[in-house]
Design a protein around this ligand. Structure first.
Ligand code: AMP
Ligand code: MG
Length: 330
C-alpha cells in the first residue's frame, strides 16, 4: 500500500472521508501528537488500529469529534463538565464520561465509559467535520514507541501500512492530552498534560489526581504500560546527579560511542562542549520538544542520557511523567 501524505485540502478531506467510511485507518495531525483514526461505530475498523499498533487489547481509545458534534448522543454529561468544555475545548483535554454504549465496544475495551476529545488543530477539525463521525484514535506510533509529532514520524512507524496521513505540520503541544475522569462527583486526572490539575480545579473548585493502589487495575489502563521508549540504549540521572551523568557520557565516548544528553536548557548551557538535545527552559517548551528530541536521539545516539529537569506541578507533571517513562523510570 502506498501511504499518501497530504495537507487538509478539499480533495484530501474527501479522500479521508471515503477511507473512514470504508473502514480504513487515517492518521491525522492534532495539537498534541498525531492520531491514528478509524470510525468509532465500526468494530472491524477500530480493531485494525489495535492490530496496526500492536496495542494491548485492554488499552482503550479516545473518540475524537468536531467542535459542533452533539456528544449527548454518546455519553452522560455530569453538570460540572459543562464549565470544563466551555473553558478548555477545543483543546488538549480528554474527558472520560459514562458511555451510552453507542460506539463499538472495542473503543473502550468493554469499559462502561467513553473518553472524548475535541482537538483544536485546524487539520483535525477539518477532518472530523468532513467525516462527521466520532473517530477513535490513539497516538499514531507503534505501541511502546515514542509518540509522533510530525508526519515523518508517522511514516517512520507506518509507511506502506496506512493509506493516508493528514499533515498539519509539527504538533505544537508535544505531549498527549490530559485525560480527566468525569464519572465521579469530583473530576480526577488520570494522565497529566497541558491542561493541568490546577487549571481544572480553578473551574470546578476541586480536582483530584488519580494514583492507582498497588495491585489494582489502573483506571486508565494505558498508564500501566511501558511507553515512549526510544530504540537506543538509555541512561537516566536524577536532579543533582550531574557529575555522574558526565562520567557516564565520557565513559561512552571512551568506548567509541556517541552519547547525547537529553536535558533542560540550564544543563545544556552549563555543558557547552557536550552533545545535548536541549529541551528548552519553560515547561511548555519542554513538552513541545520532548518527543521530537527522543526520536532524534534514537537516530544519532548510541547512548541517550536523560537528565531529570527541575520543577514540579502544572505542565511539568506531564513532562516529567512522559520523560521518566521514556527512560523506564516510571
Ligand atoms: P493514547 O491515545 O495512545 O494516548 O491513549 C489513550 C489514553 O487514554 C490511554 O492512557 C488510555 O488508557 C486512556 N483512556 C482512553 N479511554 C479511556 C477510558 N474510557 N477510561 C479511562 N482511560 C481511558
Ligand atoms: Mg499513545
Amino acid at each position: 500500500m502506498k501511504t499518501l501524505v497530504m495537507q487538509a485540502t478539499p480533495q484530501a478531506l474527501a479522500y479521508a472521508k471515503e477511507l473512514i467510511e470504508a473502514g480504513e485507518v487515517v492518521a491525522f495531525h492534532t495539537e498534541t501528537v498525531y492520531g491514528l483514526g478509524a470510525n468509532a461505530f465500526d468494530d472491524a475498523a477500530v480493531k485494525k488500529i489495535f492490530a496496526l499498533k500492536g496495542r494491548p487489547a485492554d488499552n482503550p481509545l479516545i473518540a475524537h469529534v468536531h467542535a459542533g458534534y452533539d456528544i449527548s448522543a454518546l455519553v452522560e454529561t455530569p453538570a460540572y463538565t459543562q464549565k470544563l468544555r466551555e473553558k478548555f475545548l477545543p483543546g488538549p483535554l480528554t474527558m472520560v464520561y459514562p458511555s451510552k454504549g453507542k460506539v463499538s465496544p472495542a473503543v473502550s475495551c468493554g469499559l462502561p465509559t467513553l473518553s472524548l476529545r475535541v482537538p483544536s488543530s485546524k487539520t483535525a477539525q477539518a477532518f472530523l467535520r468532513a467525516v462527521g463521525l466520532p473517530v477513535a484514535a490513539p497516538s499514531a506510533n507503534r505501541s511502546k514507541h515514542v509518540s509522533p509529532v510530525t508526519a515523518q514520524h508517522v511514516l517512520d512507524d507506518f509507511e506502506g501500512e496506512i493509506p493516508l496521513i493528514l499533515d498539519g505540520g509539527t504538533c505544537s503541544g508535544g505531549i498527549e492530552s490530559t485525560v480527566l475522569d468525569c464519572t465521579g462527583e469530583v473530576p480526577s486526572v488520570l494522565r497529566a498534560g497541558l491542561v493541568t490539575r490546577e487549571m481544572i480545579a480553578a473551574e470546578t473548585g476541586a480536582c483530584e489526581v488519580y494514583v492507582p493502589h498497588a495491585g489494582e487495575r489502573p483506571k486508565s489502563p494505558g498508564m500501566a504500560y511501558k511507553h515512549y521508549a526510544p530504540s537506543c540504549r538509555t541512561a537516566f540521572f536524577e536532579e543533582g546527579m550531574g557529575e555522574d551523568a558526565v562520567r557516564c557520557y565520557l565513559a561512552e565516548r571512551g568506548r567509541g560511542g556517541s552519547p547525547w544528553f537529553l536535558c533542560e536548557h540550564a544543563f545544556a548551557a552549563a555543558h557547552p562542549s557536550f552533545s545535548s538535545l536541549d529541551l528548552g527552559a519553560s515547561p511548555e517548551e519542554m513538552a513541545a520538544n520532548l518527543y521530537s528530541h527522543l526520536r532524534t536521539g534514537e537516530r544519532c545516539a548510541t547512548l541517550l542520557i536523560g537528565i531529570e529537569p527541575h520543577g514540579r506541578g502544572g505542565v511539568m507533571e506531564g513532562v516529567r511523567n512522559r520523560m521518566l517513562r521514556a527512560f523506564g523510570r516510571a
